[in-house]
Design a binder for this molecule. Structure first.
Ligand code: C2E
Ligand code: MG
Ligand code: MG
Ligand code: MG
Length: 288
């Protein structure tokens, strides 16, 4: 009867919630361990971006990977948010800065001049210590702020606009460049475009994945490209999975493309291999 049914539902609901919180708790505990230990469970992969005018690599985006003994592969979309809420994001970002800048120095060592794009979370841009940490590792590795791009997700920016703007301006004055990530998915896309020291917008992949066939995606992308022109911003399209989309983006004047069609995110060894074989790479190798 009715009571029995709702009773069952409650048990089911209870178990679902328990599973959810158990996984969260395990992620927090295991991530803490991974950050405190030799960091062997964490790694960075790099995904090339190409300049559509020259068809050459101009940048690689650094993306974190976590393979845990108990949980297996945990996607960053899942654990970054949890790390933010559990007060662990500073440790994660410190690790990312360290690993990524060492890798960037090795790309320079090998004669490549492309930049590296690093993802930052909301809390990072609200911590003034970030500035000092970035600067000291940049200097230690013999790099310049111009070698780096910082990607910030649009929805993150809205939360504490004043502090974020302040910190971003300081970093920008030092030569760091900023991109708004996942553009088009946040709430107040336009209001802060004129106040933030942003150089680049990255059109969210949800508008790009089906660009070859979807009329409304085509309209959205063209609108963003026009908007960017007005603001003098560079545009990156992420999530380019086919040649038709790549050609369409090129025709419409999009500056930069990134996606599985060009390359999936790869390890440093994988990147060096890609650079050695890809038609997108050659001219970016500086004379040694
Ligand atoms: P994001 O910065 O917007 O990165 C783009 C995501 O799209 C990446 O997923 C990438 O692997 C994926 N992608 C790239 N090209 C394609 C494509 O052609 N098709 C499809 N379907 N997907 C594509 P990933 O690596 O799982 O990262 C997810 C999100 O996690 C990132 O979104 C970023 O917000 C966050 N994240 C990743 N690494 C870091 C990090 O080191 N620090 C912080 N704070 N966040 C990170
Ligand atoms: Mg990104
Ligand atoms: Mg994105
Ligand atoms: Mg994102």
């Amino acid at each position: 009867d009715e009571n029995e049914r709702s009773g069952k539902w409650l048990v089911w609901y209870h178990e679902e919630m328990e599973q959810h919180y158990l996984r969260r708790l395990t992620i927090i505990t295991e991530l803490k361990k991974a950050l405190m230990s030799e960091h062997t469970e964490l790694s960075m992969v790099y995904q090339p971006k190409i300049n559509l005018e020259t068809s050459q690599i101009c940048s690689v985006e650094a993306l974190i990977r976590w393979n845990n003994k108990a949980l297996g592969f945990v996607p960053p979309d899942e654990f970054i948010g949890i790390a933010e809420q559990a007060g662990l994001i500073e440790l994660v970002t410190s690790w990312v800065i360290e690993r990524t800048l060492i890798d960037l120095a090795s790309f320079r060592e090998a004669g490549y001049s492309f930049t590296v794009a690093m993802n930052l979370s909301t809390q990072d841009i609200q911590h003034p210590e970030l500035l000092g940490r970035l600067n000291s590792v940049i200097r230690r590795e013999g790099l310049l702020p111009e070698d780096l791009e910082l990607e910030i997700t649009e929805s993150d920016l809205v939360e504490d606009a004043a502090t974020a703007t302040d910190n971003l301006t300081k970093l920008s004055n030092l030569g760091y460049r900023f991109a708004i990530d996942d553009f088009g998915t946040g709430y107040s896309s336009l209001a802060y475009l004129k106040t933030l020291p942003v150089n680049t917008i990255k059109i969210d992949k949800s508008f790009v994945l089906n660009l070859a066939t979807d009329r409304s995606d085509q309209q959205i992308v063209r609108t963003v490209l026009n908007l960017a022109k007005v603001f003098g911003l560079e545009v990156v399209a992420e999530g380019v999975e086919d040649e038709t989309s790549l050609n369409v983006l090129k025709k419409w004047g999009c500056n930069i493309a990134q996606g599985y069609f060009i390359s999936k995110p790869v390890t440093t060894e994988g990147l060096f291999e890609w650079l050695a074989n890809s038609p997108y790479s050659i001219k970016n190798k500086e004379d040694l």
